[in-house]
Design a protein around this ligand. Structure first.
Ligand code: FE2
Ligand code: FE2
Length: 207
């Protein structure tokens, strides 16, 4: 019998994707940054994202049985909702890589902010809920440390976005739209992978 549930596997798979995509995306953003102190913060961020990815890998390798590990890594390929979600997130970054305009730089930077500030936390809450009932407390310890790093990344983008708004072409409607879409996708995914099945989390509390 599997030791973990689809919620556990799916949440872990999604978080792994998020940190993995950051490891590859932030260097593209950083390439255009000339202020050394910001470049340094981003270099630190890239190194932390890679470490986070390695931490998830450690959890997967120690908690998931060997015959099911590939399934967890590939969850985003087999789960339709997660696949669409990952494609959307990666697509915003890819747009800038394929066509490096100032408009696309702003979108990429803002997508970073949404990822750091919004996308991780329902996943973290799932693990904190388990640990509040003395379940998977080792995993929750790892997530607490990752959570601390993510909040420092949010702070970095909180400082960068207002500066970028002075320089890069964008519209207020575009920002509201990106926020609304991010929230909508987050609710849809959490409803799909957690739903009302986990004690302490409901579709309503997610919203
Ligand atoms: Fe991270
Ligand atoms: Fe991060």
């Amino acid at each position: 019998m599997p030791l973990t549930t689809p919620t556990f596997d799916g949440t872990l798979s999604y978080l792994t994707f998020l940190d993995s995509v950051q490891t590859y995306n932030v260097p593209h953003i950083k390439n255009s940054v000339t202020a050394p102190e910001i470049a340094l913060c981003m270099a630190e961020q890239i190194s932390q994202e890679a470490m986070h990815h390695q931490s998830y890998q450690y959890i997967i390798e120690t908690v998931i049985q060997s015959d099911r590990r590939t399934q967890v890594y590939d969850f985003w390929r087999s789960d339709r909702i997660l696949k669409l979600r990952c494609k959307f997130i990666a697509g915003l970054y890819q747009k800038y890589v394929d066509n490096s305009t100032p408009e696309n730089y702003f979108v990429s930077l803002f997508a970073d902010y949404l990822l750091e500030g919004l996308y991780f936390y329902n996943g973290f809450i799932f693990f904190y809920n388990l640990s509040s009932r003395m379940l998977m407390s080792g995993s929750a310890d790892i997530f607490r440390m990752i959570n601390r790093d993510e909040l420092s990344h949010v702070r970095l983008y909180q400082k960068l976005i207002p500066e970028a708004m002075q320089i890069f072409p964008h519209s207020r409607e575009q920002i509201y739209e990106m926020f609304a879409l991010a929230v909508e996708h987050e609710c849809k995914w959490t409803e799909h992978i957690v739903g009302d099945d986990i004690l302490g989390i409901t579709a309503n509390s997610t919203k």
